[in-house]
Design a protein around this ligand. Structure first.
Ligand SMILES: C[S@@+](CC[C@H](N)C(=O)[O-])C[C@H]1O[C@@H](n2cnc3c(N)ncnc32)[C@H](O)[C@@H]1O
Length: 386
């Protein structure tokens, strides 16, 4: 937990899930720069925060927690973890529930936005889709300000604002962060978002060969199949008779959809912390297994699933959490998988060889076999003994 001091007060902020050993803060210099600008830096006039203030891409809720006094504030995020952090940060700040509306990137955006604040996301595609979705709500007097670290703001980022909202310029850099000022041009022709994107799978993907996958903007490998996933699809278990299969960290849902085609009797649970990933998996599954049984869960790991409730968990774990490279997410997923598996149930994992997942799995499950390997990837299997 760390304290962010702003002109509107000081706030105790944390990421989610909270981990006392985590030294990473829940905000950065880009958030601070935007907040100082809104309040009026160096005698500049404050930005009037009237009407509906929409905050897009607020990582852990630092922006909306600071601005919660300016009702109505709407936060739009694609991350369940970010949304949970925001809820906890707002509660710690004593904010009225109801002062901030929390929307996901897949929810219908507000009809009218008077102040649009954009924390530039890592994914340019997500920014493109978000700007397209919000453009109809922006009017000639909407104040539009973006913020990001210098390393995150490229010419392509500014071109998106120019093309979708209107003329755009940037501020000077401060503590390696920069602001983006955009003036809405109501006469810009409205073009539809190119997202979601659909592509057909290559021939070496088993039962999925030639089938179409749906990808909402910003999800993992939205424009082409990941090579690790492709390797996993070639080595998934077959003939296992599982009744309940879980696609943990499902992304566009290709892994769980392949499992459903291989085991038509099974219920497949698709779960991810990205709202857009779960929506993509739902579309991919329904297009390819119309008579299959599935459930779709946005959540943190397998926290929504009961102990001993699954026969098979399939997982291509994340190894980047926002900008910090960490294997914490993978470790938590493996522990969750062990909890939800019934005795005799199996966890299958694909990973880069160098990540050393076999060591973790052996420590946790007491066993781990290599099912397949190539110079880059391994597919590992761990069995829950008791
Ligand atoms: C490497 S991608 C794999 C996606 C897909 N299974 C594939 O193979 O193409 C990892 C996925 O884990 C998700 N993820 C990250 N942290 C998570 C968490 N705490 N709970 C659930 N899903 C998470 C990410 O959003 C991402 O979609």
């Amino acid at each position: 937990m760390n304290r962010l001091t702003t002109s509107w007060g000081a706030f105790e902020l944390a990421r989610f899930p909270e981990d006392p050993r985590d030294t990473l803060r829940a905000w950065d210099a880009a958030d601070e720069y935007l907040l100082r600008h809104l309040h009026g830096i160096d005698d500049a006039a404050p930005v009037p925060l009237t009407g509906t203030v929409a905050v897009v891409g607020d990582r852990w809720g630092a922006l909306v927690t600071s601005l919660a006094g300016h009702h109505p504030v709407v936060q739009i995020t694609d991350s369940y973890l970010g949304q949970q952090a925001t809820r906890a940060n707002l509660a710690r700040a004593g904010t009225d529930s109801g002062a901030v509306r929390l929307l996901s990137a897949r929810d219908t955006p507000p009809e009218r936005v008077d102040v649009l604040l954009v924390r530039v996301p890592k994914s340019l595609a997500l920014l493109e889709d978000q700007l397209h979705r919000l453009a109809p709500a922006v009017h000639a007097d909407t104040v539009v300000v973006g913020t990001g670290m210098v390393s995150e703001i490229h010419t392509s980022t500014l071109k998106l604002f120019e093309r979708i909202i209107g003329p755009t310029r940037t501020s000077l850099a401060a503590k390696k962060a920069r602001l983006i000022f955009c003036t809405p041009d109501p006469d810009l022709p409205r073009v539809p978002s190119p997202w979601p994107l659909r592509y057909d799978l290559p021939a070496d993907t088993g039962a999925l060969a030639g089938r179409t996958v749906t990808n909402h903007a910003g999800i993992f490998c939205a424009e082409r199949l990941d090579i690790g996933t492709r390797f996993f699809l070639r080595h998934l278990p077959t003939g296992h008779g599982a009744e309940h299969v879980v696609d943990l960290g499902c992304g566009n849902g290709v892994v769980g959809t392949a499992a459903a085609l291989a085991a038509p009797q099974a219920l497949v649970t698709f779960t991810d912390e990205s709202f857009s990933a779960v929506a993509s998996a739902e579309a991919t599954f329904h297009a390819n297994v119309p008579a299959g049984k599935a459930e779709f869960v946005v959540g943190d790991g397998l926290s929504a699933l009961g102990d001993g409730s699954a026969d098979l968990v399939l997982n291509n774990p994340p190894f980047h959490s926002h900008r910090a490279t960490t294997d914490t997410a993978a470790r938590r997923m493996f522990a969750d998988a062990r909890r939800v598996l019934r005795p005799g149930g199996e966890l299958w994992v694909v990973g880069n060889r160098h990540l050393g997942y076999h060591v973790r799995l052996r420590r946790l499950f007491g066993n781990c076999d290599v099912v397949a390997s190539d110079p880059k990837f391994v597919v590992l299997r761990a069995v829950k003994r008791r």
